[in-house]
Design a protein around this ligand. Sequence first.
Ligand code: PLP
Length: 649
Amino acid sequence: MTTESAAIETDAPREWSVDDSIELYRTDAWGKGYFGINANGHVVVRPDTTDRHVIDIHEVMEGLQARDICAPVVIRFSDILAHRLRHLHDAFARAMIENDYRGGYLAVYPIKVNQQRSVVEAVYRFGGPFGFGLEVGSKPELLAVMALTGDAGDRPIICNGFKDDSYIEAVILASMLGRRIIPVVENFDELALILKHSRRHDVRPSIGVRIKLAAEGAGRWKESAGAKSKFGLFINEIVELMEVLAGAGMQDCLELVHCHPGSQLHDIRRIKDTVSELAHVYAELCGMGAKLKYIDVGGGLGVDYDGSGSNFSSSMNYSMEEYAADIVYRIGSVCNAKGLPHPIIVSESGRAIAAYTSVLVFNVLGSSALDQFRVRDDDLLHKTLPLPISDLVTAYRDVHCDRLVECYHDAAQAYEQTMQGFGLGFIDLRQRALAERLFWATCVRIRDLAGDLDEVPSELEGLRALLSDIYFCNFSIFQSLPDSWAIDQLFPIMPLHRLDERPCREAVLVDITCDSDGQIDHFVAEQGIRRTLSVHPYVTGEDYYLAAFLVGAYQETLGDLHNLFGDTHVVHIRGDDDGGWRIEEVVQGDTATELLEYMQFNVERLLTQLEQDCEHAMREGRMSLEQGRALRRFYASELRGYTYLEPEG
Ligand code: PLP
């Protein structure tokens, strides 16, 4: 293909600075002080949002490369977890002082948000000074937490999710081990199991109950609340539960009321509504004789993925401080009005704790561009051409800023007719190639002239995206950014370096799976969503890294094995006292063997089969002894290899 530089490349009006990149990628807006760009044009992390530690992520990538750890890689900054937990604690502490609230606050981290051992351990360790605990939503999660929390003391473990007999028994056994563990009754049958196992083991359990909120949830997970929600008891059932407990002489065991209004709540009004409702249920139950100690407001505290601070699904129109203040104020005022003691407020924030901690870094493998077709001089020479192609010549020649939409319509129709003509056999391959050059070059002219207009006609808005480059990226969306694929979740994505250089290309990103859904064409923009990402020209043979940020919540564990691309490498980085950084832990990504065995292939048997095939090929003279040995070695080494594309050698 002959090429011409796209106009956006040649029009460079002035020097590009790091500040321009900060504005373009909105790094300050979504980075919330954790992420920035240094004078070298590299993305940096400030784990506690100050300049005490400033870690250059590009430098980290070079350090990893020198240790043979290549992209794609998830880099976890566990110091960010520590900062998030402190931030949450401080927000509630301040709200309690301001509202003269005397009940206290405890966060429990729902481990489903990111169950990786090192994340759970780090949250647990950093939450220690505040007495924060953990939340589990299944039996396997409980089995992990039950053993992990030997030093728990009074730190709570909240048990949600569907519970069978052995889940409940595990809870009761954990309480015998001295854990402050509270099973939350999510459906009525669980109560009988709690009573059975507490009698059997002679334990007086702490019990929680989840209410079905009348207030509708919000956002993508709004079904988590409301009468049709999967979990929780109707008020009618809670009254019955109180009677059953009273009958068993265990009324005082009911210690906690719980609700979960949904995840990523982007509108503070939802939080106000649900907390008010929960506070009134708390007050009513106390009035009926319950000795409740805790009020658990569930999860839902959002993350401002696009940095707009708005009521948009990938954003939130409130701060952590406002969240804490509203919860404390609402619960406090209901209790004050009824003369009740202030309960300990528990929240199950997951996303807001974990999202910022992980960055996914991937490398670009290549690119393709549609706006590089060039019309040659002899293409325009007078010659006999089929009508649709001569229409394309006219459309190309006559592009004028006064009638861009009309020119686009003419070109699009002529191109369509050319394709029909090819299908009918009266346009040959060379003519089709000419039509291709003419059409795309016309589109580029129209796009560039439209870019100079004050207002781009809506008909032409899609052209920029249509003409954008495709950057082929070494990762799997299904494994590493599943919410981008499944629910159109927006994650901030930007180059990791060259940010002092104008990003003069526009691209959509495609992953290495054989799936057309493996594409990202929604990016953070100042006003809403952009369909392309501004990137630097890709130079073959040079490393070009892009990174997706705020991926620490849900992405790492929801991912799947599409095309057998497995877990990426994960590296834990911590800031050093001298202001540098160090690698705390490297978790190697999945190997081909691990994935094949997960899919029930017997890798030993595969090796044997391959060896037999080699023997056969050698016997038939298709392969020398040396070639057979090289093939076997290659196969065995690839089985031990990373599932992603690796640099040569
Ligand atoms: N608690 C419960 C019961 C949940 O189902 C969830 C997740 O949906 C959470 C807490 C965590 O929510 P988030 O990550 O939005 O804070």
